[in-house]
Each structure stands twice: as structure tokens, then as C-alpha cells.
Ligand binder design. Structure first.
Ligand code: AMO
Length: 431
């Protein structure tokens, strides 16, 4: 790895990477080579009348992948890391076409067309190393707390959320649906006695929107736990988990994130503020923004406003909005014992955008069935799911969190198109 070179003593080395710049001068040739870890300057005095290596360098195209061996020398005068490699052998492993189809100022759509080239940029490479560290820290936290990892099917016979946003797939003699969430099967795990489970996997939504936060396929981070008294237990697990994730990212990548994104990663303090939705809407209204949605939910501007309020008042980037109205929550959310119009649920807002929904579930099958009917759902279609609750199931709750959104907000990127390895949207199925 190139970033290790400054730590080596002067002597023979072999390096491989992409050609970033070429300075093809009369007396000396310079090539800057880059791999995912950093860049290094290669140098070679040009022989009289040229030879094979100098001709190869002259004909080199930017972006080509080359392997070079030579003499590493520390030299304070070299701006790039105080080292250079004096070229002795030079092999072009993969030559790039001369015209790079994208430039730094290309539109996001054009960059997505050439995603494999776009991902060579050091900051995008960092996004996915941060993602790796973040996921690893969540898994480690879960494993240390005795959670079981499950992998639920993504082909389903019935919708896992509402009928809206559903992808249908021909499935032999019948039709299957792509899972919108592992919701049914993480609840099933509670009926199976797994107690505490998690899954990080794909979720699909046939959502025709083109916003910065929506994809038709995204990675959903899910957890479900038994024996909850209310959504409060779920929120406590959720915030501890995030502290573990952010701590790992700060420790491992804090300096690089500062250098490439000019952001100081902050490990959130717990408990995150909790504000009932009705109160949050009042706070936002008092700040001069009236949430216009007739269905009573927060809208994106409302989320930004409540986040600004929470940052000013509590210094927190995170806020749990709680106790959503039954009318805007799925049938499986547990309703308040003393007010059927409210649910034991929450959304987690981070830096102005929803990243997660969580709730205590309704585990009493008669109530659950009644709530499904209340929402106009076909209980026949839900029969297999409802059976999970007929043979003894503990009270339980959990959450789902969009991984792409967390990264987008953590790194202040404008869209999940940047933080999704290969974005899928209404008009994007390639590459
Ligand atoms: P919900 O539908 O709110 O809840 O989804 C949970 C989280 O998933 C992310 N998300 C998306 N990310 C990108 N593109 C999309 N189209 C998209 N849709 C959702 C968001 C969101 O907060 N079953 C429940 C969770 C639960 O209660 O356990 C559910 O799916 O970050």
C-alpha cells in the first residue's frame, strides 16, 4: 500500500496503482501513482534518444494501472510525502482509454453512469471504508449483547409493509413481492424464542420519488428484541448501538474524514432527546414553520426545523420523535393503552433527516387482527404472519434504519446516491 511507503527505509520497492498525473519533460519524467491509500511520485531521468521505459511513459494515459519497481528515496524537497521512487522497471498492467468520461464537475447522473471510475476518488473510497467500520461496530455490539444474526428471505408471498411501493416479480405459477422490510420475519424470530436479533440486508421499495434520501433498493439495518415494556426499551438499545458505531468510525477514520470532508465526527451523547411528535410540531410552528401535511406526519422541512431546535437547545444531532398518531403508523404498532389514537413508536431524526423508524409491536393476536382490519387490510393475506402470534409470543419491539441515509448525513453528502455502492432509483438500473 502506498501509504506505508514513508515508513519504509530507503531501498528497493514495488508499487502498483493508477496513473494520476504525468509530467513528461525533456530531461526527466514524473508520474504520480495512486492506490486507495494514497499517492506517490515516481521519477526517471530521461535517457538520450529514449528507451523502452521512457517511450512507455510518454504514451501513458491517465487512469492506467501500472506496476513499478525501483529505489525508494526519502527527500524532504518532494512535496508529496517527502519520498519518491526512482523507476527501474515499468509495466502497464491495464491501459486506460485516453478520454476519461467523467470529470470532477460532471453531474451526479453522469458520474453514476461511470460509477466504477467515480469510486476511484479517495473520498468515495473512504465512504465505503467508513461503512465497513460502522457495520462492523454494530455487529460487534450486537454480538457482545447476545443478539443472533438472521438472514430473512427477500422474496415474499405478501407485502411486508403497505401495498404501496411494492415490487412484484413473476414467481413460477404465482406472483412474489420483493421484501420492503424484514418486518414479518424479525417478529417471527421473537415467536421462535430468539429474543434478540439483527439483520443488515437489502430492502426494496417501488417508490417513484427522486429525492436525495430515496432509493428503490437500500440496505436496511434492523433489530428486534423481546420483553420490551414500551418503545423506550428499543430507543435505549438504538442509541447505545449508534454510540458504538460512531465511536468506531471516529477512532478509525476521524483524521481522514477531517482531511477529506472537513468534518469532525462527533460521538453522540445519550440519552438522545425524546420529543412526542405533537409537541415537536408545536415547537416547529412556534419557530414559524407550520407543517403542511394533512396526514399529520412531519415533512422534510419540519424535520430540519426540529433538528435545528434540538441542536440549539440540547446540542444534539439526534432526536427521537415519539408517539406517532395511529392513523399514520402501520397496523402492527402497539397503541397506547390509554389512547388508541397514539402508538408506542418513534422516528429517529439525524441532522435534519429521518434515518429510522422503531416501535413496540402489538403482540396480542386478537388486537393485532382488529388493528389490521381497522386499516382495511386483508387478514387472509396476512394469515401466515398472524399465526406467529397464536402460539405464545413475548412483547417485543424493534427498528429499521437506512444505512445509506446514515452515511449521507454523517459525511454531509448531498444524496444517498453517493453513499450507495450502486444506486437504484426509478430511472436507474445500470450499471
Ligand atoms: P420505514 O419504512 O420507516 O420502517 O423504513 C425504515 C428506514 O429505512 C430507510 N428507508 C429508505 N432508505 C432509502 N430509500 C428508501 N426508499 C427508504 N425507505 C425507507 C429510512 C427509514 O427510516 N419495518 C419498519 C421498521 C421497523 O419498525 O422495524 C420500516 O421499514 O432510513
Amino acid at each position: 500500500m502506498i501509504k506505508q511507503l514513508p515508513d519504509l527505509a530507503d531501498g528497493q520497492v514495488t508499487v502498483a496503482g493508477w496513473v494520476e498525473t504525468i509530467r513528461d519533460q525533456k530531461k526527466v519524467q514524473f508520474v504520480i501513482l495512486r492506490d486507495e491509500s494514497g499517492s506517490v511520485q515516481l521519477v526517471r531521468p530521461r535517457p538520450e534518444g529514449d528507451d523502452e521505459i521512457s517511450s512507455t511513459i510518454s504514451e501513458l494515459t491517465l487512469g492506467s494501472f501500472v506496476r513499478v519497481s525501483g529505489e525508494l528515496k526519502h527527500d524532504e524537497r518532494v512535496k508529496l510525502g517527502g519520498i519518491e521512487v526512482k523507476i527501474e522497471t515499468f509495466e502497464v498492467v491495464g491501459k486506460a482509454l485516453p478520454e476519461n468520461p467523467i470529470a470532477e464537475d460532471s453531474s451526479i447522473d453522469k458520474r453514476l453512469d461511470w460509477r466504477f471510475l467515480d469510486l476511484r476518488r479517495p473520498e468515495l473510497n473512504l465512504v465505503f471504508r467508513v461503512q465497513t467500520t460502522f457495520e462492523h461496530a454494530l455487529r460487534t455490539w450486537w454480538v457482545e449483547h447476545d443478539f443472533v444474526e438472521i438472514h430473512t428471505p427477500k422474496l415474499m408471498a405478501s407485502p411486508s409493509e403497505s401495498r404501496a411501493e411494492l415490487f412484484q416479480v413473476p414467481y413460477f405459477e404465482t406472483t412474489a413481492y420483493l421484501a420492503q422490510s424484514p418486518q414479518h420475519f424479525k417478529q417471527m424470530a421473537q415467536a421462535s424464542g430468539f429474543g434478540k436479533i439483527f439483520e443488515i440486508g437489502p430492502a426494496f421499495r417501488a417508490d417513484p420519488s427522486f429525492t436525495a434520501r430515496h432509493a428503490t433498493e437500500f440496505t436496511s439495518v434492523d433489530a428486534e428484541i423481546s420483553w420490551v415494556d414500551s418503545h423506550e426499551d428499543v430507543m435505549r438499545m438504538h442509541e447505545e448501538l449508534l454510540v458504538a458505531g460512531f465511536t468506531a468510525v471516529k477512532e478509525k477514520h476521524g483524521d481522514e474524514i477531517k482531511a477529506l470532508f472537513d468534518i469532525d465526527i462527533e460521538v453522540p451523547s445519550t440519552p438522545f432527546p425524546r420529543i412526542p411528535l405533537a409537541e415537536a410540531k408545536q415547537i416547529v410552528a412556534d419557530r414559524g414553520y407550520v407543517v403542511p401535511r394533512a396526514d399529520d406526519d412531519m415533512d422534510p422541512e419540519g424535520e430540519r426545523q426540529i433538528s435545528a431546535y434540538v441542536k440549539e437547545t440540547y446540542g444534539s444531532d439526534f432526536v427521537f420523535l415519539t408517539d406517532y398518531a395511529t392513523s399514520i403508523r402501520p397496523f402492527y404498532h402497539r397503541r397506547h393503552d390509554d389512547d388508541a389514537g397514539l402508538t408506542n413508536s418513534y422516528d429517529l431524526i439525524y441532522n435534519g433527516t429521518e434515518i429510522s423508524t422503531g416501535a413496540q409491536r402489538e403482540h396480542r393476536v386478537e388486537v393485532l387482527e382488529a388493528q389490521a382490519r381497522d386499516k382495511g387490510l386483508d387478514t387472509e393475506e396476512l394469515a401466515t404472519y398472524l399465526d406467529f402470534f397464536r402460539y405464545g409470543v413475548p412483547s417485543h419491539g424493534g427498528f429499521g434504519m437506512g444505512l445509506g441515509r446514515v452515511l449521507m448525513l454523517m459525511l454531509h453528502l448531498p444524496s444517498i446516491r453517493e453513499t450507495t455502492y450502486l444506486f437504484r432509483g426509478p430511472n436507474r438500473l445500470l450499471p
